[in-house]
Write a protein that binds this ligand. Sequence first.
Ligand code: AQP
Length: 330
Amino acid sequence: MARVFSGIQPSGEMHIGNWLGAIKNYVALQDGNDCLYCVVDQHAITGAYDAASLTRRTQEMAIGLLAAGVDPSRAVLFVQSHVPQHATLAWLLATIAPLGELERMTQFKDKSDRLESIPAGLLTYPILMAADILLYRAERVPVGEDQLQHLELTREIARRWNATFAADAAYLPEPQPILSPARRIIGLDGQAKMSKSLGNTIGVMESPEEIWQKLRPAMTDPARVLRTDPGTPEVCNVYALHKHFSPPEVVEEVAANCRSAGWGCIDCKKVLAANMASTLAPMRERGLALASRPAEVAQVLGDGARTARTMAAETLAEVSDRMGFLPEAK
Ligand code: AQP
C-alpha cells in the first residue's frame, strides 16, 4: 500500500487533458493505495485571476473530481488552502531549493514569457508543489508529462533536505511519478498542450452540443486542404483523440477513411464528438447532480481537510524539530 498524492489547479474547468493524463489514474489508484487528492487553489493564484471566480472554480473542481470517481470513502479529498501547513512547509523548503533549477523550469519559462511583470510566486510554484507532496510523505504522484520536471525538482528538494536534516534516515521519501497512456494531450489548436489557460480545451462537463461546437473548428492534418485530399492520420490531433474515445475498430475505420479521403474531416469529427459525448455523459450526469447538493460537497471537503491537517501537522512537527525550531510549550 503506497501513499499517493496529487493536485489539480482550479484555474479553469477540468478538461479532457487533465482527465486522461491524471484524473483517471487518481481513480484507479484508490484501489489498494492510501490516496490524498487536493484542489490546489494556492497554485491557481500564481497567474492573474478573479477572486470570485476562484471560489466557484474551486467548488467546481471538487465536483469534477467526485464526478470522475474520486471516492471520499477511499481517498482524502480536500482544498489546499484549508491546510495551512502547505504554505508553511513551502517556506521551509524554499530555503534549500536551488534558484537556478527554478529558473530552468519549462513551465516558468513558458508562462513568464507571456507576462510583462513576473510574480515571484510563478517562480516558486514548484516549491509549493514539493511541499504539497512531501507534507504527506507521498511515494507516488499521478501526473501528466508536463509535471515530470517539477516532480524531479521535488525529488531533488527531498534529497537536499534529507542530506541536511535527516542524514540518519531519509525522512522525506523521493516520490515517483505515475504516468497514464495519455501522457500529453494536445489542445484543439493541434499545437500546444491542452491547457486551461490557453483556451484550447474541451471540458469534461460540457454538453454534446458544446463538445461539437468546439470540435468542429479543431485543427486537423494541415496538409488536408480540400475534402478530396487524402490525409495522414498520424499528424492529426483529432485522430489522436479518437484513440482515447473511440473503440479500436472505429479508430481503424477513421485511419482508413482519412488516408483514402473516404471521409472528410467533418465526418471524422462527428464520430469523435458522439463518442466523446457518450464517454463523458456519466461524469456529466454525476457532476450536475452534485452541483445541486453543495452542502454535501462542502461536507466532503471539510472532512478531507480535517484528516489532511492531522497528517500534515505530524510531518511539519517532525520537519520543524529537525530544523531546530523551538517547540511551543504545551
Ligand atoms: N494536456 C494535458 N495532457 C495530459 N495531462 C495533463 N495535465 C494537464 N494538462 C494535461 C495534467 O493534469 C493534472 C492537473 O493539472 P493542473 O491543473 O494542476 O496543472 P497544469 O498541468 O498546469 O494544467 P493546465 O490545464 O495546463 O492548467 P494551467 O493552464 O492553469 O496551467 C496534472 O497532473 C497535469 O500534468
